[in-house]
Design a protein around this ligand. Structure first.
Ligand SMILES: CC(C)(COP(=O)(O)OP(=O)(O)OC[C@H]1O[C@@H](n2cnc3c(N)ncnc32)[C@H](O)[C@@H]1OP(=O)(O)O)[C@@H](O)C(=O)NCCC(=O)NCCS
Length: 169
């Protein structure tokens, strides 16, 4: 497995992840196909300028065009100040093989090496067994249950946090 920056050529993978109702069940529902080319370009620009880490998960470096999912760290501002957040998606045919966990750990390891992002937060839906499993097995600490509103819907989430400098398992 290796991680590489998202590029404008990743539209097809974005469509398969973000326009799929099952993949997006805990993430506000499927997004429109028409918006994906612009979304990939925005993400690729942010990745290239190192404003956020938008990574594609490549299961086999021998076939770099085959993509299994994404893992992303970005920063946003809340009432309490800036917060670093991580999110992830693995396409259904690659799920259950430990790829999500390895990709998340690899990105947090990079954060540790570069001393970037500080404490990183994650907000998986309370009923998302695999995402909460990733948090638990990589070394996140459970903070609390919290209701989050995005894409016009309110979700019951678990708030987890990890300090890559000290907490990674
Ligand atoms: C969530 C998702 C990224 C998981 O990816 P994955 O590669 O299948 O996960 P892994 O194989 O690395 O498994 C991660 C951990 O969760 C555990 N797990 C998997 N499914 C589980 C379930 N239903 N209940 C409890 N634990 C589960 C695994 O055993 C593993 O823990 P372990 O290493 O301690 O055994 C993937 O299912 C996905 O993209 N789903 C759709 C989009 C989504 O939900 N994104 C995240 C929004 S917060």
């Amino acid at each position: 497995m290796r991680l590489r920056n998202v590029s404008p050529d990743d539209v097809d993978a974005y469509v398969r992840m973000r326009c799929d109702p099952v993949m997006m069940a805990d993430l506000g529902g499927p997004q429109s196909r028409e918006e994906m080319a612009a979304k990939v370009c925005r993400d690729a620009e942010q990745a290239a300028s190192d404003l956020a880490w938008f990574k594609m998960i490549v299961p086999d470096p021998a076939t770099p065009e085959m993509v299994a999912g994404t893992v992303t760290i970005w920063s946003h501002t809340t009432d309490d100040g800036p917060v670093s957040e991580i999110g992830w998606m693995v396409l259904s045919q690659f799920q259950g093989q430990g790829l999500g966990k390895r990709a998340v750990r690899a990105l947090l390891e990079q954060a540790r090496i570069e001393n970037r992002w500080g404490v990183v937060h994650a907000f998986p839906a309370t009923n998302n067994g695999a995402s909460n499993g990733i948090c638990r097995s990589v070394g996140f600490r459970f903070i609390s249950e919290t209701d989050l509103t995005f894409a016009g819907q309110t979700f019951k989430t678990n708030h987890w946090a990890v300090d890559p400098r000290t907490d990674l398992k």
